[in-house]
Design a protein around this ligand. Structure first.
Ligand code: E4P
Length: 226
């Protein structure tokens, strides 16, 4: 499973990237606006910090405007994946951009039928928003399972970037389904590698080692003879 970070915050991206586990970054207009920085500088810096692709979302709503906007974003950073909202105009633009070999992510995707149409239009990725589905009482696991089934049935190459993730349990459910990518807020990313039993166990190892040091006058385990 690839892991993207769902943020435009440079410090968070740097911290996640330092783990060696980061495969890319997703942004959206809300995340970009939170940083209150110059868009072009911010996006260039993000692209320098991460090795993987960076998802940038279009603001235009008509296909004829989405297409040149997408081209501008790709010129800004070569590794941009262009996020385009699901819907008629969006899919028209996806069809045109696919013909130009510009990679797209159909975002705001909430149903398996939207996924089917996005795949038919040639979307490189689709982004189901699972947190927002769960918020309104819809079982997002079922929806993503159906999306995977539909893509598989027709042998589409379109991959899934699971978005709007709020908890480690959601990440586990998506991993069990075999989702290609999850994009995570930094908080959820860091929670994946923490467990209270790890902390308790580590504390005990350290304190037992310190007691042993005192009793035997050993300072570190570097005293081991090779
Ligand atoms: C990412 O690509 C989406 O824009 C994002 O995950 C949405 O998350 P939210 O539902 O928490 O705003």
């Amino acid at each position: 499973m690839k892991i993207f970070l769902d943020t435009a915050n440079l410090d968070e991206i740097k911290k996640a990237n330092a783990t060696g586990l980061l495969d890319g970054v997703t942004t959206n207009p809300t995340l970009i606006s939170r940083e209150k920085l110059c868009f072009t500088d911010q996006v260039r810096e993000i692209s320098q910090v991460t090795n993987g692709p960076v998802c940038l979302e279009v603001i235009s709503s008509k296909a004829e405007d989405i297409i040149p906007e997408a081209e501008t974003l790709v010129k800004l950073i070569g590794k941009a994946l262009i996020k385009i909202p699901a819907g008629e105009e969006g899919l028209k633009a996806v069809t045109a951009l696919t013909a130009k070999n510009i990679p797209t992510v159909v975002t705001l995707c909430f149903s398996p039928l939207q996924a089917l149409l996005a795949a038919k239009a040639g979307a490189t990725y689709i982004a189901p928003f699972i947190g927002r589905l769960d918020d309104i009482g819809v079982d997002s696991t079922k929806i993503v399972e159906q999306m995977i089934q539909v893509l598989h049935n027709y042998n589409f190459s379109t991959k899934i970037i699971v978005a709007s993730v709020r908890s480690p349990l959601q990440v586990l459910k998506m991993a069990l389904l075999g989702a290609d990518i999850v994009t995570l807020p930094y908080k959820v990313f860091s929670m994946l590698n923490t467990h209270p039993l790890t902390d308790i166990g580590l504390e005990k190892f350290i304190s037992d080692w310190e007691k042993f040091n005192k009793a035997t006058n050993t300072t570190t385990n570097k005293n081991i003879k090779e």
